[in-house]
Ligand binder design. Structure first.
Ligand code: NAP
Length: 423
């Protein structure tokens, strides 16, 4: 776990805002003052546009929902291109420290070069802050969508963020490390690989799995979710993904006994009828599940997955309801939370005021909900539903609305703000 900073550290360049107060943790609970300081990072490409539009919408909703009694004090920190200009480096320590101090942050997408260059700054931030759960709700707001069952989609995906093949433990086929490993596998374990094999390692731990499942079940209880499905390919990868399933069930049965019923118990004890107020914990094999969320989305509610499965299923789930411009996410540790959209920097739209800011705005809603400011989040979601119903949307959505003229992103943002003011 990464410690939260109770007092501001020495910053190289940043200055803590004079207004507002810091979010703290007391008795294991987040304590949010009425004027919390929240760090934001604009990011690259379309990042500055969508982050600033999201901040404006969040501010309008907080003002309206709490009659001016609450407000967010935004504090800018830097990563990516803007950090290089300010600090001469991509991810300054100031930024990591600022988030450890404010506990909450909203971030735009950051560029990651493909195939070479530097490693992902997003992954670096998640690692440095130990943000082990990637929470991705997938919800339908009435937008044009390819699935005939889009209105039945309402999932929250909890994707493990620090382990599995994403941990980046891999070597090219001709590296010394791969040669050593092939030799070790052959000499010590009797496993022979082709001499031209690249090697990647897939670690999945008891610790990593259990803390993710614990977080997911606490969320299920708070948000009254009915089913938590463990997604795995444990029939083939028995000691990583199969173990993930077993350890996740262990948490459910040993730590949440009064709240949950397993699928086996559902049939043995309850004749297939989930008792009121209980959460069903079941598991599904990944490939089956990837097709079932298309054919029977109503069977799924919350999904807990190791990193790679979680990556695949969250993009697929978002495609069912109309695509990436609406796909929100939040990376969470024990307390620190960094909200960011699922999509990237969409460089071709940078500076053009056309990129859909909804994913960034909905990521902000996740922060509001995490802070307990659920009324403000609900207002924003209602405004998004209204914009879609009245076809006041950006070009990515009008593409599937014949005859509808797209709004610029700033016009769409203003529509949301006016809708919130009118509530
Ligand atoms: P991308 O930036 O997500 O863009 C792919 C396509 O998705 C765009 O061309 C556009 O589609 C659509 N799109 C994405 N965001 C949109 C929005 N807000 N509104 C409307 N359409 C949107 O993916 P990419 O091109 O693969 O990656 C670009 C860079 O972003 C890379 O450097 C990548 O590493 C980085 N990235 C960062 C993060 C992160 O910071 N968390 C996540 C993913 C990728 P159309 O062309 O169909 O209009």
């Amino acid at each position: 776990m990464v410690d939260i900073l109770d007092a501001p550290p020495e910053f190289k360049k940043l200055k803590v805002p004079e207004e507002g107060q810091k979010v703290t943790v007391r008795d294991g609970k987040l304590v949010v003052p009425d004027e919390p300081i929240i760090t934001y990072i604009e990011g690259d490409g379309i990042g500055p546009q969508i982050v600033n539009q999201a901040r404006a919408v969040l501010d309008a909703a907080v003002e309206k929902a709490y009659g001016g009694k609450r407000r967010i004090v935004w504090w800018e920190a830097y990563a990516g291109g803007k950090a290089v200009k300010e600090y001469g480096e991509l991810l300054p320590n100031d930024t990591v420290q600022a988030i450890r101090y404010t506990v909450l942050a909203l971030k735009g997408p950051l560029t990651t070069p493909v195939g070479g260059g530097y490693r992902s700054l997003n992954v670096a931030l998640r690692k440095k802050l130990d943000l082990y759960a990637n929470i991705r709700p997938v919800q339908y707001f009435g937008q044009p969508a390819p699935s005939r069952y889009a209105d039945k989609v309402n999932f929250v995906i909890f994707r493990e963020n620090t382990e599995d093949l994403y941990a980046g433990i891999e070597w090219t086929y001709d590296s010394d490390e791969a040669k050593k490993l092939r030799k070790f596998l052959k000499d010590e374990l009797g496993v022979e690989l082709r001499p031209d094999s690249g090697i990647g390692i897939k670690p999945i731990s008891i610790f990593g799995t259990k803390r993710l499942m614990r977080k997911a079940l606490n969320y299920a209880i708070e948000y009254r979710r009915r089913t938590v499905t463990i997604m795995h390919k444990g029939n083939i990868m028995k000691y990583t993904e199969g173990a993930f399933r077993d350890w996740a069930y262990e948490v459910a049965v040993q730590e949440f006994r009064d709240h949950i019923v397993t699928e086996q118990e559902l049939w043995e004890k309850y004749n297939g009828q989930l008792p009121d107020g209980k959460i069903l914990v079941n598991d599904r094999i990944a490939d089956n599940m990837l097709q079932q969320i298309i054919t029977r989305p109503w069977d799924y509610d919350m999904i807990v997955a190791p990193n790679i499965n979680g990556d695949y299923i969250s993009d697929e789930a978002n495609a069912l309801v109309g695509g990436i411009g609406m796909a929100a996410g939040m990376n969470a540790g024990d307390f620190i939370a960094l909200a960011e959209p699922v999509h990237g920097t969409a460089p071709k739209y940078a500076g053009k005021d056309v990129a859909n800011p909804t994913a960034e705005i909905l990521s902000g809603c996740l922060l509001l909900e995490y802070m307990g400011w659920k009324e403000a989040s609900a207002m924003i979601k209602d405004a998004i539903r209204k914009a879609i119903a009245e076809k006041k949307v950006t070009q990515d959505l009008t593409r599937h609305m014949p005859g509808v003229e797209p709004l610029k992103a700033s016009e769409y943002t203003n529509f949301l703000i006016e809708a919130i003011k009118g509530m």
